[in-house]
Structure formats: C-alpha cells, structure tokens
Write a protein that binds this ligand. Sequence first.
Ligand code: 5AD
Ligand code: SF4
Length: 448
Amino acid sequence: MNVYDSHRIADVLKPLGFELSDTPEGSDMMVLNTCHIREKATEKVFSELGRLKEHKIKKESEGDTKVIMAVAGCVAQAEGKIITQRAPFVDLVFGPQTYHRLPEMVSKLTGIRSGSKNKRHIDTDFPAEGKFDYLPEETQSQGSSAFLSVQEGCDKFCTFCVVPYTRGAEFSRPVQSILDEALSLVDKGAKELNLLGQNVNAYHGAGKDGKIADLAHLLHELSEINGLERLRYTTSHPRDMTENLIQAHGDIKELMPYLHLPIQSGSNKMLEAMNRKHDAQMYLDIINDLRKIRPDIAFSSDFIVGFPGETEQDHLDTMELVKQVSFAACYSFKYSPRPGTPAANMRGLVREDVKTERLIRLQQLLGDQQKQFNESQVGKILPVLLDRKGREEGQLHGRSPYNQAVHVKASPRLLNEIVNVRIKTATQSSLTGEILTSESESTKTKAA
Ligand code: 5AD
Ligand code: SF4
C-alpha cells in the first residue's frame, strides 16, 4: 500500500513541477513514506530522517532554495507532533488520507525563505472528502504489474494492530472509479492488477447500478477488461471470505490461484485474545472450500508469535495448523506492542528470547514448506509475466501465477509479456526456467 501511495504522491506533485528523482541528493523535496505496523519500522524513520537531513543542509547551503522535507504515511499519522519535536528540520507531516491536499501544503511552504522557523505544517485529518476524488490520473506507468487501491482502512480492531487508528475506518471506492483507473493502467501497459486494501475482501463499494457491490462483483467487472490478464487482491481477513468470493476463484480465470490469507495464530485462545473473530477450524474450512473450487490454489499467510499470554502449547497449535495447511510462502513476526492498541496493556508478556526461539522454529517450518512448494513446480510449465530485467545480462525476471520470482534467459522484447516457461530449478526464494514459446498469451480477445 505504501508503494502505491508513494506513486500517487508523485502524481499529485507532478503538476507543481516536481519530477521523480532516483536519489535524495540535490532534490528539492524529499518525502519519507512511513509504516507504523511494528516498532522496528517506526524506529527506522528517525535514523532515515537523520540521513536525509544532510542532503537538505547541503542543498540549502548552496543557494537560497528551500528544500522541503516531508514525512508521510502512518508514522506521520500516529506520531506527527513527536516527529516535529524530534526532527525540527521536517517541514511537512501528513497522514495517508490527506496527500491529495499536498499542492495546498506545498504552496504554503514555498513562500517561506530557507531558515525561517515555525512554519511547519501538520495534516493528519481524516477528511470528509474522499481522497480518491481529488487525485489526478496516474502519470507514470507502473509497468505490466500494477497496484490499484480499492479499499482503505479497517473496522476489525484486532487487539495488536494500529491500522484502524492510523488508516481509519473502512472505505471502499465506487466500482466505476476503480474501473476507470484500471482501464488507464491497462492503457499504460498493465497486464496484471493487484487490488489493494487493508481489509480488501471487506470491499463494499457503490456499484454501477447504485447498489452495493462486493469484491466478487468487482473482480467480475474487472475481468471483462480487454488486455487485463491477471488479477490478485491483498490483504484479506478470513471473516470476509464469503461464499461469493470463494466461488469467484472457480469462475474467474484471470484470478490467480494464489491467496494471501492471514491467520496470525493456530491457537483458538490466542485468536480470541487477538479479537480475530474466527477460530482455527473456520480458517481450515475456508482453505478446504477454496481448494475444492480451485484445486491448484496455493496460500500464504501472516503469523505473530509471542502475543501476550502465548504458551508453548499455543505455539505448538500454530505449528500444527501450518502443517495442516502447507503454505507456499508466509510472513511471520514477533509480537510488537503498539501504543494505543488494547494488547499493549495486556498481561502475560512473552520474554524476548522465547519469542525469538518460537519465531525461529516457525520460520524453519515455513521455509521448508516454501522450498517444497517451489520444488514441486520443477518440470511444470507455468505462464510467467516477465515484468522486469533480470540482474544478469540477457535475463528477465518474472512472476508465476503463484507470485514466485522466476528468472529466465530471454530477449528484452519479451519484457512485459506472459510466456510459457518450463521450470528447471527451484530454491526457497525463486525459480529458474526456459521459455517454451515466445508467443505472448495475451492474444485472446474479450468483449469490451
Ligand atoms: N506486532 C507484530 N506483528 C504485527 N502485525 C500487525 N501488527 C503487529 C504487531 N503489533 C502483522 C500481522 C499483520 C501484518 C501486516 O503485520 O501479522 O497481518
Ligand atoms: Fe489490522 Fe488486519 Fe486486524 Fe484490520 S484485520 S485490525 S488491518 S490485522
């Protein structure tokens, strides 16, 4: 979501004369887009600001130009005041919901001569106007695989999570506005769209007929777009895996057979303490239903170890669930107390060394499963979207339907094409293969 937001921030700034630069050196404006989900991410903000400050000082000392230093995103939202206190050289602080107001914020600042004080601007509102109604059309192509934000915020209030506080209440964009953006992305070369939302499968936007549309409906609409070959959505909550949405995985061929469905823990006691509103069995039932509808589907998930009150048995329950599902790839984290969340005041803190030890055991198992999954692809022919140049000369990098990184030797003219690749080798993190046909699979036609 932050990658997407960063692109949109660049789009908003373009009419003001700003161009994206590869390096902070010599820039007229630096925007640090931040994440507040765990303490580690938050800590990085201040060290990074210290580094960026040097570029600002250097450029400002060379002339009478004001270099704007901005902090965006969820740390800005949650800790705006602290940022301006700890880093007084920061000029702008704005949350994820207000970046459409950047032109106004920047014009207020640019009248200021370098060196003036107390002219900082903080905008961490949850404005009544919808951000998406004010954003300009995307100016740069995201390439053949593009993000598209369809939903923001979350009403679930898991007890460990800052998202409902930093991103605010659930909001779904209207179907038509999403279709317009999707068409524009496809025009700019996108073949794959990854629909984004903090709780994307809770999507309930205004449909074209004025009725509320769910995610399944939106996916069906998007799948009709000519030239759009692949659809994904992330990230989902098990409670919102409706029958409609499960069925969509059987009906929509553009929907890739890969789903990121966080569970966090395999222990019912922990799931309850986390306020996840589902138990382990409900999760397993969803996995089974999806496998019945789409037998080749693979899953990834998120896990938190060492949540307050987690015992060795709870951890073993998580390990057991992982064995039952067998995941293709997963993210796992040590519980990190976040200020303002209910879990931050819970008793039964788990010792850091115990958390570490549990995380190592879990990651070992998840790593083995990922390797096994990747190895199971060797010998198979997979359609791969070649989305960028590879690290080595003559190589392209692509993504399999399961979002695996695939490296192939290929002519650069195949960049941004979907080609059939026979998988030759696999490691835990990637695959290599050989192109079978140089023909793009994108020759099919669809009704407009
Ligand atoms: N501590 C550790 N992990 C967290 N996540 C969210 N909040 C926390 C926290 N306080 C993880 C969850 C979520 C993912 C995006 O980040 O696993 O699914
Ligand atoms: Fe956070 Fe996801 Fe829970 Fe919402 S559903 S509170 S975003 S972990």
